[in-house]
Ligand binder design. Structure first.
Ligand SMILES: [Cu+2]
Length: 123
């Protein structure tokens, strides 16, 4: 009986590890596309930010286009603290925030209430 319980526990741990591994991998990152002398990336706001991680090039002005589909008050605002930006997002319309990242690194952005998170990776 004891051995069976250990076996079940091990199987559960393995399932958890696999889930964790694939869970990490589903957090896809999307790189901005270069358009002339700027870069553009789109983020859909609907129950969260999608994609959660966007990758930007350093020293190139970036248009981050937020399209909010979620009417909940939670997503009324998006905050990019490291870029000193806080913006009110209209519903159903694309809203562009332009930033020019100069330092490589990872920068978190959030909803206005600090509940939902996304990340800007600068390379
Ligand atoms: Cu919120």
């Amino acid at each position: 009986m004891y051995k069976l319980m250990v076996l079940i526990a091990l199987v559960l741990i393995i399932i958890f590890i696999i889930w964790w591994f694939f869970g990490k991998r589903t957090t896809k990152s999307v790189a901005a596309t270069r358009q002339g002398n700027k870069q553009v990336v789109e983020i859909v706001v609907d129950g969260g930010f999608s994609p959660k991680v966007v990758v930007l090039e350093r020293d190139v002005p970036a248009d981050i286009i937020f399209t909010r589909r979620d009417a909940s008050a939670c997503f009324e605002e998006v905050v990019l603290p490291d870029f000193g930006t806080r913006a009110h997002l209209p519903i159903g319309k694309a809203y562009t925030i332009t930033v020019t990242p100069h330092v490589a690194g990872e920068y978190q952005y959030t909803c206005g209430m600090n509940m939902f998170f996304g990340k800007v990776v600068v390379k």
